[in-house]
Design a protein around this ligand. Structure first.
Ligand SMILES: *Cc1c(COP(=O)(O)O)cnc(C)c1O
Length: 387
C-alpha cells in the first residue's frame, strides 16, 4: 500500500515527541521537570465550563452553521473592534476547531502549488507543514538574536520572488516570545502592500504580553493592510481552553467565504457546546485572563533573572507568550543532542530548537509551576556547567 507523498513528506511533531519521552520517564517514577509545555497549566475558568455544561444539558448538541453560531461570530466582531481596532462583520469571521485549524484553512483557501510562503525562523512548527499540505512551498528567513528574532522589512523584501503569495507573522511569538512593535509591523506591512502579498497574522498569544508591551493587530494599521490580512486568534491560550478546540479567523469577505466552503466539506462546525463556552469566555469576567497573565509574568521574571546569570547561554528577553528561547550554541552541542542529554542526565525536558528551524537554541516554556521552574533551572544550570 502506497501512502500519499503528502503524508510521507510530513515531519513528526518534535514538541510532542519530547513531551511523550518526558511523560514515559514520569510514568517510570522519575522526577522530571518539564519546560516542554505548549499550553497553559491552568484549568479553564469556572464560568466558561458552567456555560458549556448548561448548554449540553439544554440539548445544544446538534450541528451548528459550519462557520459557527451567529451570536459568537457577533461577539468576536465586537471583541476585535474593542480590543484590536478591527472592523469585521460577523460574515467575515469563521470559527474553526482551534486556531491551528484556522491557520490551515486560511492557507488552503489561498495557497497552491507554485506559490511560496515566507516564514520567519524560528517559527511555530506547524506552519511549514500546513504550507506543504497545501502544495505550496515554505521559504524560511532566518532571523537573528541581535534583531530580537524578528524579520526586518529588508529581509522580507529580499526573500520575495514573483511566486511569493503570503507571509506568516506570529506576534507575540512561539517559540521566541517576542512581540513586534507598531513601527515594525508598519514597515513589514508596507512591503506586503507594495507586492500584494497576503499576511497571515497569528495572534493567539495576544493577551499574554508583559511590561509596557502592547499587542498590535497588523490589519488595524491601514485599509491596505486590512485588505491583505487574515487575522487568526482563538481561545486556547487566553482562556486556557486548549482541549476545547475553538479558534477563528477574520478576513476579507472572499477569503472568509472560501474558508467557510472548505470547512463545510471537511469538519463542518466546531463543537456546539464549546462554542457556548467561547461565548461565555468573551462575554464574561475577564479577570481570570489577567490573573493568569500575572502568574505567567512572575514566572517569566524569575526565569529571566536566573538565565541571565548563567554563563555561556543567551536569550532575547521575551515580552509575550510563555516561552524563552535560549541560545545554547556556545555549549558545543546541537539542539537535539543538548535536549536529549539534558533529559537523560538531568531529567529536564526542553524542546530542541531544530523543531522550530533553529539548531542553536532550545525552548523553555514557563507554563508550569514556579516550584518546578526553580528545581528545573537548578538542574539546567548544573547540567550546563558540566558541558
Ligand atoms: C498554540 C498555538 C496555536 C494553536 O492554537 P489552538 O487554538 O489550540 O489550535 C496557534 N498558533 C500558535 C503560534 C500556537 O502556539
Amino acid at each position: 500500500m502506497q501512502l500519499s507523498s503528502r503524508a510521507t513528506s510530513l515531519t513528526p511533531s518534535l514538541t510532542l515527541s519530547v513531551d511523550s519521552k518526558a511523560k514515559a520517564m514520569k510514568a517510570e517514577g522519575i522526577d522530571v521537570c518539564s519546560f516542554g509545555a505548549g499550553e497553559p497549566d491552568f484549568d479553564t475558568p469556572e464560568h466558561i465550563k458552567a456555560a458549556a455544561i448548561a448548554s449540553l444539558e439544554a440539548g445544544f448538541t446538534k450541528y451548528t452553521p459550519s462557520s459557527g453560531i451567529p451570536e459568537l461570530r457577533q461577539a468576536i466582531a465586537e471583541k476585535l473592534l474593542t480590543d484590536n481596532h478591527l472592523e469585521y462583520k460577523p460574515s467575515q469571521i469563521i470559527l474553526s476547531c482551534g486556531a491551528k485549524h484556522s491557520c490551515y484553512n486560511a492557507i488552503l483557501a489561498t495557497c497552491q502549488p507554485g506559490d511560496e510562503v515566507i516564514i520567519p525562523a524560528p517559527y511555530w512548527l506547524s506552519y511549514p507543514e500546513m504550507v506543504r499540505l497545501a502544495g505550496a512551498e515554505p521559504v524560511f528567513v532566518s532571523t537573528s538574536e541581535e534583531n530580537g528574532w524578528k524579520i526586518t522589512a529588508e529581509e522580507f523584501e529580499n526573500a520575495m520572488t514573483p511566486r511569493t503569495k503570503m507571509i506568516i507573522l506570529n506576534s507575540p511569538g512561539n517559540p521566541t516570545g517576542v512581540v513586534y512593535s507598531r513601527d515594525e509591523l508598519e514597515a513589514l506591512g508596507a512591503v506586503a502592500v507594495e507586492e500584494e502579498i497576503l499576511i497571515l497574522s497569528d495572534e493567539i498569544y495576544e493577551k499574554l504580553v508583559y511590561d509596557e508591551t502592547q499587542h498590535h493587530s497588523i490589519a488595524s494599521l491601514g485599509t491596505d493592510f486590512y485588505n491583505l490580512t487574515i487575522t487568526v486568534n482563538g481561545f486556547s491560550k487566553s482562556y486556557a481552553m486548549t482541549g476545547w478546540r475553538l479558534g477563528y479567523l477574520a478576513a476579507p469577505e472572499p477569503i472568509a467565504k472560501a474558508v467557510d466552503s472548505i470547512q463545510s466539506h471537511v469538519t463542518s462546525n466546531p463543537c456546539s457546546f464549546a462554542q457556548k463556552g467561547g461565548l461565555a469566555a468573551l462575554k464574561g469576567d475577564q479577570q481570570p485572563v489577567a490573573d493568569m497573565r500575572d502568574e505567567f509574568n512572575l514566572r517569566r521574571e524569575y526565569m529571566i533573572e536566573r538565565l541571565s546569570k548563567m554563563p555561556n547561554v543567551s536569550f532575547v528577553r521575551p515580552s509575550g507568550a510563555f516561552y524563552i528561547l535560549v541560545n545554547i550554541h556556545k555549549l558545543g552541542l546541537n539542539s537535539q543532542n543538548f535536549a536529549d542529554r539534558l533529559l537523560s542526565k538531568a531529567s529536564v525536558a526542553v524542546v530542541p530548537g531544530i523543531a522550530f528551524g533553529d539548531d542553536r537554541t532550545v525552548r523553555l516554556s514557563y507554563a508550569t509551576s514556579l516550584d518546578i521552574i526553580k528545581k528545573g533551572l537548578d538542574r539546567f544550570e548544573e547540567f550546563c556547567r558540566t558541558l
